[in-house]
Design a protein around this ligand. Structure first.
Ligand code: SF4
Length: 307
C-alpha cells in the first residue's frame, strides 16, 4: 500500500485505499453524505412535492438511505417520506430484520407499511420453496418487486427509493453481461430508464456510488441496523458467485467497482433508449404492463405455485 494521507488529527476509522486517504468518524460520515447528496442533486432523484416510498428491509442499506433522506430533507415540508417492508416469509431471517425496520421507523418517526407474500399472494416463500424446483430467488425477486411497486403505487408514491449500493450495481452489470441481456443493461444507473406506465412508480438509487462495506460502516457509526444477517437462500443464486468474484478482484485492485461503474456510465448513452424493447401489452390476468406473452411474470409464477 502507498502512503495514506489522514483526513485530520482524529483517530481514523476507515482507509479508502483507492483514494489513499484515511478518515475519522465525522469526516467519513461527511464524505458518504456528500456523495449521496450529489447523486440525488445531479440526477434529480428527489423533486418538489415528491411522495417518497423507501423500500425498507431492515438491513444496513435501506436503513441508511431512509436515515439520510430524513436527515437531508428535515426542513422540506413539501416532501412526504414513508417506508414499505415486504415480508416474504423466510423463517429466521425476515422476521428478525422486520423488527429492526419497525424500531428504526419508530425512532425516525416514519410511517411503515408491512406487506406479506402470505397475505397478498397466498403463500410464504418458505412454503413455495418446499414445493418448487425453480430457485427461491426467482419467485422472491418477481413477487417482491411486484408487491413493492403495487404498494407504493396504491399509497400514491411518486418515487420508490431503494438501498442499492455500488456492489449491487456492479454485480447487476456483470450479471447482465454474462447473460448477454442488453435490454437490462440499458436500465441501470441511479434513475433507471424504465418503461413509462401509470402503474410503475419511478425507482431511484441514492446509494449507488457507495461500496457495500462503506454503507455498513456508515450504518454502524450512526447507530443504524448494521449486523450482517444474510438470507439462508442466498447461496443458490448466480449473484452470490458474481459477488465473490468482484470482491476478489477489488481486493487485488482497489477501486475496480468504481471504475466498472464509470465504464458502464460511459457506455449507457450508447444503449439507453436505443435497444429495441419488446412491445408492451397489458397482462390479461391483472392488467399490469408485460413485455412477453399475454400474462406478466408475476401472474405466470402465481399460476405455477399458488393458484
Ligand atoms: Fe429473496 Fe433470494 Fe434475496 Fe433471499 S437471497 S431475499 S430468497 S432474492
Amino acid at each position: 500500500m502507498g502512503t495514506i494521507v489522514p483526513c485530520c488529527a482524529n483517530e481514523a476509522v476507515f482507509v479508502r485505499k483507492f483514494e489513499g486517504r484515511s478518515y475519522c468518524k465525522d469526516h467519513f460520515t461527511e464524505s458518504i453524505e456528500k456523495t449521496v447528496k450529489r447523486t440525488i442533486r445531479q440526477n434529480d432523484l428527489i423533486e418538489r412535492n415528491d411522495k417518497i416510498a423507501v423500500a425498507l428491509s431492515g438491513g444496513k442499506d435501506s436503513s441508511s438511505v431512509l436515515y439520510m433522506l430524513k436527515k437531508f430533507f428535515a426542513d422540506r415540508s413539501d416532501l412526504t417520506i414513508f417506508a414499505i417492508a415486504i415480508d416474504e416469509g423466510i423463517h429466521g431471517y425476515r422476521d428478525k430484520t422486520l423488527i429492526d425496520a419497525k424500531n428504526l421507523c419508530d425512532k425516525l418517526g416514519v410511517e411503515l407499511h408491512v406487506v406479506s407474500f402470505k397475505e397478498k399472494l397466498g403463500k410464504k416463500l418458505d412454503e413455495i420453496v418446499k414445493q418448487e424446483k425453480l430457485g427461491p430467488c426467482t419467485y422472491c425477486g418477481v413477487f417482491r418487486r411486484y408487491l413493492m411497486n403495487k404498494t407504493a403505487h396504491d399509497l400514491g408514491a411518486t418515487k420508490l427509493v431503494t438501498g442499492h449500493n455500488l456492489d449491487d450495481e456492479a454485480q447487476s452489470i456483470l450479471m447482465n453481461v454474462l447473460k448477454g441481456d442488453i435490454q437490462r443493461m440499458s436500465r441501470g444507473g441511479p434513475k433507471p430508464h424504465r418503461i413509462e406506465h401509470s402503474k410503475f412508480v419511478l425507482r431511484v438509487k441514492p446509494l449507488i456510488y457507495i461500496p457495500e462495506r462503506e454503507v455498513a460502516l456508515y450504518a454502524m457509526l450512526n447507530d443504524l441496523p448494521s449486523h450482517y444477517t444474510e438470507c439462508p437462500n442466498v447461496g443458490g443464486s448466480v449473484r452470490f458467485d458474481v459477488r465473490d468474484f468482484l470482491n476478489t478482484i477489488e481486493q487485488k485492485q482497489p477501486g475496480t467497482k468504481h471504475t466498472m461503474m464509470g465504464g458502464y456510465e460511459n457506455l449507457l448513452p450508447y444503449i439507453d433508449g436505443k435497444v429495441e424493447m419488446n412491445t408492451i401489452k397489458e397482462c390479461t390476468e391483472c392488467g399490469d404492463p408485460c413485455s412477453q406473452g399475454d400474462i406478466c411474470k408475476k401472474c405466470e409464477l402465481v399460476k405455477k405455485v399458488i393458484d
